[in-house]
Design a protein around this ligand. Structure first.
Ligand SMILES: *Cc1c(COP(=O)(O)O)cnc(C)c1O
Length: 455
């Protein structure tokens, strides 16, 4: 029988995370304060994050020890298997060898849990009683509530109204783990109230939900801490567990990937999957291509600008340097809610400026077809984000069919689809193309008053 899964034992869960900042030739420019646009120290993030996390946002240490209490928690769902997609290879009639790292089998069906646990742990160690965060996709909400619950903290989630309406099943699970859900924009914060008055029929945006979470945090910082699902450097560090395990798994079968592919919403799954392999490739003098797949409904990397922008609509946090479509950009309501944010992760943005990876923007109408190919061959229902990545995987596999090359492709299965809505979407033939026009993007970028970044 052919070996399908390459597994590791619990003892083989890595003991250190990898930090790409140690290996970046060009560090990210500093954060700026929102009023005078002057550089500020990362320590200002202490208003939201514990010291340990703030340290991780800026350190250049390459290897960071994973605390025992986190490594033990990781063993609840890790190590995750690296799996060979034989059935997909057959369906595509390709000589390519396709693998995927299965992060969808975690307790909360996605990779978000890899950072929720350490962040809640550090907040708890710093003396917090509650954690708060915005929720755009149900997967982050589940991870937040479960991790908080595990460490004995209470959790509050400002859930974008659209997601709250669509993802009732996730809301039930979040409540099961003691989470308190507030539909955003809400009336329990000033930013929420203000937005509500201005746009009474809004179905919410992530920027407001973040602002509501930050407002709640600063009002009672001694008890409350903020945790975040993506964008910041410490999240990329925690997610490196994905790629680090993958390296061990490929070493076990004596091979290594030629192409690594991941969906890109704000870049944490991409960072976790790719950054450790970027380091490994350099150490081992291998040539690996890295492909980030975004949605053409929110083409941050392919059509955005590298400049300073707001994280949240309330301007609680300093300005950060990132590829952005402008914080006033509202992406069309594609199902992949986690791919609709206006900006990209800080490190990924800096790396892209130096062309450290390739970008593909995929239409939502093609993504469902890509997802369908995976579902119908491997029997897996991928998250909407993974559906996007599948389009690039299929393209690369078909190129191998043309050339006859037996390349090794690997992608991150970053999440599992919702059984009812997800499956229905994959079967739907009446899917509508959702894309902003270039004019809409330009308009949003023109409205940005924030500083540009010199190359
Ligand atoms: C949050 C999320 C994403 C998008 O965020 P990244 O920071 O790009 O990883 C993609 N897929 C799933 C399943 C998610 O939960």
């Amino acid at each position: 029988m052919k070996q399908r899964r390459i597994t590791l034992s619990e003892q083989e869960i890595p003991e250190y995370w990898y930090n790409i900042r140690a290996d970046m030739q060009h560090p990210s420019p500093p954060y700026l304060d929102c009023q005078r646009f002057e550089p500020v120290e990362p320590t200002v993030f202490g208003d939201f994050f514990p010291d340990e996390t703030v340290e991780q946002m800026s350190t250049k240490k390459r290897w960071i020890a994973i605390p025992d209490a986190v490594r033990t928690a990781y063993s609840l769902w890790r190590p995750t298997p690296l799996q060979r997609a034989y059935e997909l290879e057959k369906a595509l009639d390709t000589p390519a060898k396709i693998y995927f790292k299965n992060e969808a089998g975690s307790l909360t069906n996605s990779h978000k849990i890899n950072t929720a646990f350490p962040q809640c742990y550090y907040q708890k160690e710093a003396g917090c009683k509650r954690v708060v965060s915005e929720v755009g996709s149900g997967q982050w909400g589940l991870s937040l509530c479960l991790a908080a619950h595990y460490y004995g903290l209470t959790s509050d989630a400002f859930m974008v109204k659209l997601s709250h309406l669509r993802e009732q099943y996730n809301s039930v699970l979040m409540k099961l783990w003691g989470g308190e859900i507030c539909s955003s924009p809400s009336r329990s914060t000033q930013v929420g109230q203000h937005y509500h008055d201005k746009y009474p029929f809004s179905t919410g945006v992530l920027g407001i939900a973040i602002a509501e979470s930050l407002e709640m945090t600063v009002k009672n910082r001694s008890e409350i801490g903020y945790v975040v699902g993506s964008i910041f450097g410490h999240v990329d560090i925690h997610q490196s567990i994905i790629g680090l395990e993958m390296i061990k798994q490929f070493e076990k079968i004596g091979t290594s990937p030629d192409v690594v592919i991941s969906a890109f919403g704000s870049g944490s799954a991409f960072a976790g999957t790719c950054y450790p392999l970027m380091h490994w490739a350099k150490e081992n003098q291998k040539n690996i291509r890295f492909i980030a797949v975004e949605s053409s409904a929110c083409p941050t990397l392919s059509k955005g600008e590298y400049r300073y922008d707001y994280v949240d609509t309330g301007a609680f946090m300093p300005l950060i340097p990132m590829y952005t479509l402008g914080s006033s950009f509202e992406a069309p309501p594609i199902f992949a809610g986690n791919m609709r944010y206006h900006g990209a992760g800080i490190t990924a943005s800096r790396l892209l400026k130096n062309k450290a990876f390739e970008v593909v923007a995929v239409k939502n109408t093609d993504a469902v077809k890509g997802g369908y190919r995976l579902a119908s061959s491997e029997g897996l229902l991928p998250a909407y984000s993974t559906c996007y990545a599948m389009v690039a995987v299929i393209q690369e596999a078909l190129k191998c069919r043309e050339s006859g090359e037996e390349k090794v492709l690997v992608f991150c299965l970053d999440g599992l689809g919702d059984l009812s809505a997800g499956a229905t979407a994959l079967l739907s033939s009446t899917f509508q193309l959702l894309e902003p026009t270039d004019e809409e993007i330009q308009q949003s970028l023109r409205s940005l008053q924030t500083p540009q970044i010199e190359a």
